[in-house]
Design a protein around this ligand. Structure first.
Ligand SMILES: CC(C)(COP(=O)(O)OP(=O)(O)OC[C@H]1O[C@@H](n2cnc3c(N)ncnc32)[C@H](O)[C@@H]1OP(=O)(O)O)[C@@H](O)C(=O)NCCC(=O)NCCS
Length: 197
């Protein structure tokens, strides 16, 4: 059964600045599952990729995420990565971010340090900008200096999120695996996010 706070779409999302990123937790199980369901039902690509982790056994998924952050049990070529959930003032998971602790040659080309996604019903209210803003702070806590963020050239909303957080376009190139042009932005440590007033 959906919790009452989650039954409606996130129409009444409060100001983005009231949302905060937290470590994944069992108490947010129902809400997290609804977020994933919205991506799946909408036929959307699961971004960040950890949205694809099997959550049937929720505790096992939480343990897997914790292991990933410690660099345990990773597939070949993967670096340690930390996942955070953006939670609004009604305890709904409205976004997910994933921070790669280091760049591999592949991530340097596309993927970068941080991937993020906002629950479809909660978009267009500043939460994308907010999850990246707070994730940059977490990245700095992880001793990541300058942060690379990439996005598809056609992903106008994501490009605005990145630029609003101080991102400077370094390059763009066609990536055959994605069949699209991917933009690469660097956010220098200490860059100030554009104020939303
Ligand atoms: C990209 C994404 C995170 C943006 O989230 P969001 O909560 O809608 O973003 P915001 O509300 O903070 O909007 C950011 C900017 O994009 C603009 N925007 C939002 N939706 C837009 C759209 N469909 N087309 C054009 N601009 C759009 C907003 O007006 C805002 O512009 P501003 O900074 O000039 O005010 C969200 O669309 C998403 O989760 N997409 C799927 C996953 C994904 O693409 N992740 C990024 C991977 S690089």
């Amino acid at each position: 059964m959906p919790s009452s706070a989650d039954a409606a779409s996130v129409v009444s999302t409060p100001l983005a600045r009231e949302a905060r990123v937290v470590t994944p937790s069992a108490r947010l199980c129902d809400s997290y599952r609804k977020l994933v369901a919205e991506f799946v039902d909408g036929g959307e690509k699961l971004i960040p990729f950890v949205l694809g982790f099997d959550h049937a056994d929720f505790d096992a998924m939480l343990a897997r995420l914790a292991d990933c952050a410690r660099g345990i049990g990773l597939p070949d070529g993967f670096v340690a990565h930390s996942t955070y959930w953006l939670v609004d003032d009604r305890e709904r998971v409205v976004g997910v971010s994933n921070i790669r602790h280091a760049l591999t040659p592949s991530l340097l080309r596309e993927g970068g340090h941080i991937g993020y996604g906002i629950r479809p019903s909660a978009r267009g209210r500043g939460l994308g900008s907010e999850i990246l803003r707070q994730s940059l702070s977490r990245a700095h806590d992880l001793d990541i200096g300058d942060v690379l963020v990439t996005c598809g050239q056609a992903n106008v909303a994501s490009a605005k999120v990145i630029i609003g957080n101080g991102g400077v376009l370094e390059s763009e190139a066609f990536v055959p695996d994605r069949d699209e042009i991917v933009q690469r932005y660097w956010i220098r440590r200490g860059a100030v996010a554009r104020s939303k007033g």
